[in-house]
Design a binder for this molecule. Structure first.
Ligand SMILES: Nc1nc2c(c(=O)[nH]1)N[C@H]1C(S)=C(S)[C@@H](COP(=O)(O)OP(=O)(O)OC[C@H]3O[C@@H](n4cnc5c(=O)[nH]c(N)nc54)[C@H](O)[C@@H]3O)O[C@H]1N2
Ligand SMILES: Nc1nc2c(c(=O)[nH]1)N[C@H]1C(S)=C(S)[C@@H](COP(=O)(O)OP(=O)(O)OC[C@H]3O[C@@H](n4cnc5c(=O)[nH]c(N)nc54)[C@H](O)[C@@H]3O)O[C@H]1N2
Ligand code: SF4
Ligand SMILES: [Mo]
Length: 702
């Protein structure tokens, strides 16, 4: 039997067709219009049955007894215990001492609404997402500039500028569209310190010095303005602050900054010219811009390029999405006015969106360890592995050890779950029905539909949240017994039901696509125009136009200590077999731990006497890890790329033991998980290294 759903094994949310036999998932295929031989393969999806039926899946709630360790428990016992703890901490320290922390897999916008509703009605403003390191900071930069985060319409584009995004490995459907447009003759510009597949295919590849994108964007703005490549009529009618932007860009001529960012000024000029004079053009921005200390102004200056050239909301340009009219069910107004979230220092980021909520996850660690602005005593970690994925992992570990109570909701026994007092087994994405954020953000809306029953005694996240809500006395707020009831309630304003969505697996269009919507409704900013200068930011004490007061000093962590830490370390590729710390224990994907390496340029390898396969030690002021070396020309000299995501199976390969969480972007609270100064030394010859050490904990179930 064939069933349609959306894959959530990573955040790309691909529509897929699942094949089911006797209630078992046999295989799943990504929907694509291309003939099979031209489709990019997603190994994770291919391995979906191995993941879903892994013997390592958690299937019963686990409670930790101080002396004897974990024991299995019934859902009733686990949830009663959990509700009791919620109420205990509320009565003893205030509801805000309880924090809910979401990870990548918790989905935004839809099931995440349930958590926000639960926490808001319980009385804690602290449901915290990880958007400060993922794309939500970027979404803020887009939103303050032109009211919403745009979507690049690569299919109809004549010029595609890929800026810190590697769709080939992270979003195969999007990569196929780019490759197709390229074949049809679109100009391709890639800005990436790493030689990606797209970089190899590009007309211009700007191998930028990591973390210096803001300088490059300002140099391009400088070039576009000084050569009059900009779209004067669009600017005159639909933007404010062009004067301020022109002034801010003056000091950033390509000649002046090229040396600082490792590029040739002529290439910067040519990239600016091509982008600004080939229409329509779009910019595919990605996580290479996020997770950087200077993320906000860097991303914002990239946004300005879209507006300067008038490429906003046109076919083949950067589309302003048409969100599906869903009901806002978060009940934010239930939080008493005097209760501030732990992220209170990031007011603009907290409040820029009706439903996004709060995302500066680092504030949680401050609240636990430093008790600032007040102590957090209990954390529920849902669909994330923060012990490994948050910056400065040693500090995160200390914080979780200090907590009075930790609850983890996951499918697997992760490093974070090992530290928990209660572990609740979650159903996988193929076992639950939910509204998917990618498909309410823009029409058409699609349903992520359960294709098999929950495995073992696992529960879908929505059911855990609803049942917990009822145990907290919130029956009126959580009246729903099924996911369908809750989704229908949320979808009511759009006039769409789950039944209708099941009848239309291709999605239901709530509105016809309209381009240049600003002509009738303006932009969703305070002035109704694109804001090259933001009064809102300026009043809050930030630069009204990017870099109006100069460039951020030391945008790379530990840059002030480069005498002892001379190499730029960057966070490694998101290999298409894994999602962050997930699936390294699935044999068909682990492939003998291939990819757990540090890439070093051959000239640096020579200088350090390192050959391929040597075991090397990497250090920063925060900690050390070790890995095997891979010698190549993927990264430029002076830069090393350190494999990402291996910390769950081996802490000695945990990249975030190296990263810093002390310095953060002032607007989005983003620490640099991506770029930091470090040092390397050889510890073992290639002749004596075997594969990555075996996982140091065995998580096989009895
Ligand atoms: N240095 C460095 N740090 C980074 C990054 C980096 O590239 N470098 N990337 C950053 C980014 S962009 C992100 S988004 C974060 C990701 O950070 P996390 O979200 O912590 O990362 P994952 O390892 O994907 O953890 C997801 C967990 O959810 C579980 N899970 C999967 N599906 C479900 C489900 O349906 N329900 C529940 N309850 N659990 C489920 C998985 O088993 C897994 O343990 O890491 C960030 N940290
Ligand atoms: N296979 C797989 N797919 C995933 C995930 C996964 O873990 N594995 N995670 C999902 C999640 S949560 C996210 S957020 C997305 C992210 O997906 P992407 O946005 O594609 O993010 P990355 O692949 O981390 O990085 C993108 C590119 O930025 C480059 N880069 C690094 N530093 C810099 C810099 O300083 N400047 C510039 N211009 N570029 C730089 C990197 O070399 C890389 O090629 O992927 C999602 N999809
Ligand atoms: S890229 Fe692969 S794992 Fe990610 S959603 Fe798409 S099919 Fe699933
Ligand atoms: Mo992410």
């Amino acid at each position: 039997m064939k069933k349609h759903t959306i894959c959530r094994l990573c955040s790309s949310c691909c529509p897929v067709t699942a094949y089911i036999e006797k209630g078992r998932l046999i295989s799943a295929h990504r929907n694509s219009d291309l003939p099979e031989e031209r489709q990019l393969i997603c190994p994770k999806l291919k391995a979906a049955p191995d993941i879903v039926y892994s013997p390592r899946r958690l299937s019963r709630p686990l409670l930790k007894d101080r002396d004897t360790g974990f024991r299995e428990a019934s859902w009733d016992e686990a949830l009663d215990n959990l509700a009791e703890r919620f109420l205990f901490f509320k009565n003893t320290f205030g509801a805000e001492s309880v924090c809910w922390l979401r990870g990548m897999a918790a989905d935004w916008g839809a099931p995440w609404d349930y958590v926000n509703r639960l926490m808001n009605t319980f009385g804690s403003p602290n449901s915290i997402g990880n958007g400060s390191v993922c794309h939500v900071g970027r979404e803020l930069a887009h939103t303050v500039t032109y009211g919403a985060m745009t979507m690049p319409l690569t299919s109809g584009s004549r010029c595609i500028m890929i800026w810190g995004k590697n769709d080939t490995d992270t979003n195969p459907g999007a990569a196929e569209n780019i490759l197709n447009a390229r074949e049809k003759g679109a100009v391709l510009i890639v800005i990436d310190p790493v030689k990606t597949l797209m970089a190899e295919k590009a007309d211009i590849w700007l191998q930028i010095k990591p973390a210096h994108d803001g300088l490059l964007a300002m140099a391009m703005i400088n070039e576009i303005i000084s050569k009059n490549y900009y779209n004067a009529s669009f600017i005159e009618k639909w933007t404010t602050g062009f004067e301020q932007l022109s002034k801010a860009a003056e000091p950033f001529s390509p000649e002046k900054i090229a040396g600082d960012i490792g590029l040739d000024p002529e290439m910067i000029r040519e990239a600016a010219r091509l982008y600004a004079t080939t229409a329509p053009a779009c910019i595919v921005d990605g996580n290479g811009l996020d997770m950087q200390l200077d993320t906000f102004d860097a991303t914002r200056s990239v946004c300005m390029l879209r507006a300067l050239t008038g490429n906003l909301d046109i076919k083949g340009g950067d589309f302003i999405p048409q969100p599906v009219r869903v009901r806002n069910i978060q009940l934010r107004d239930r939080i008493p006015g005097h209760v501030q979230p732990i992220t209170r220092d990031y007011g603009i980021f907290n409040n820029f969106h009706e439903t996004w909520g709060r995302h500066v996850q680092s504030c949680l660690i401050d609240a636990i360890l430093d008790e600032k602005p007040y102590p957090v005593k209990m954390v529920v970690s849902q669909a994330g592995n923060p012990a490994v994925t948050m910056m400065d992992a040693n500090r995160v570990k200390k914080a979780f050890e200090k907590l009075d109570f930790l609850v983890v909701i996951d499918m697997f026994m992760t490093r974070t779950a090992h530290m928990a007092d209660i572990v609740l087994p979650a159903s996988s994405c193929f076992e639950k029905t939910q509204l998917n954020r990618a498909f309410i953000r823009n029409s058409p809306v699609r349903i992520q539909d359960a294709v098999i029953e929950p495995l073992g005694d696992s529960w879908p996240d929505w059911r855990i949240i609803f049942e917990l809500g009822r145990r907290l006395g919130l029956e009126a707020e959580f009246p729903w017994q099924t996911a369908e009831n809750a989704i229908n309630y949320q979808l009511e304003p759009a006039g769409i039901t789950v039944e209708m969505l099941r009848d239309h697996p291709e999605g239901i269009r709530a509105d016809e696509t309209v381009f240049r919507k600003y002509r009738t409704s303006g932009f969703n900013t305070p002035s109704g125009k694109v804001e090259f200068y933001s009064g809102q930011l300026s009043s809050a004490g930030f630069s009204g136009t990017p870099y109006m007061n100069g460039y951020m000093p030391h945008p790379i962590s530990f840059d002030d200590r480069k005498d002892s830490y001379p190499l730029v370390g960057i966070s490694g590729a998101r290999i298409n077999r894994f999602t962050h710390t997930q699936f390294h224990q699935i044999n068909s994907l682990a492939r003998n731990n291939a990819g757990c390496v540090v890439d070093i340029h051959k000239s640096d390898a020579n200088a350090y006497g390192i050959v391929r396969g040597d075991m090397v030690r990497l250090e920063t002021p925060r900690g050390w890890i070790q890995m095997k070396a891979e010698v190549n020309e993927t990264v430029p000299p002076g830069v090393i790329r350190i494999a990402w995501g291996w910390g769950d199976i081996d802490p000695e390969c945990s990249l975030n033991r190296l990263t810093d969480d002390e310095r953060r972007n002032p607007v989005t609270g983003t620490p640099s998980g991506r770029t930091f100064m470090c040092r390397i030394s050889k510890i073992k010859d290639s002749s004596s290294t075997t594969d990555l050490h075996a996982p140091t904990i065995s998580m096989e179930k009895k």
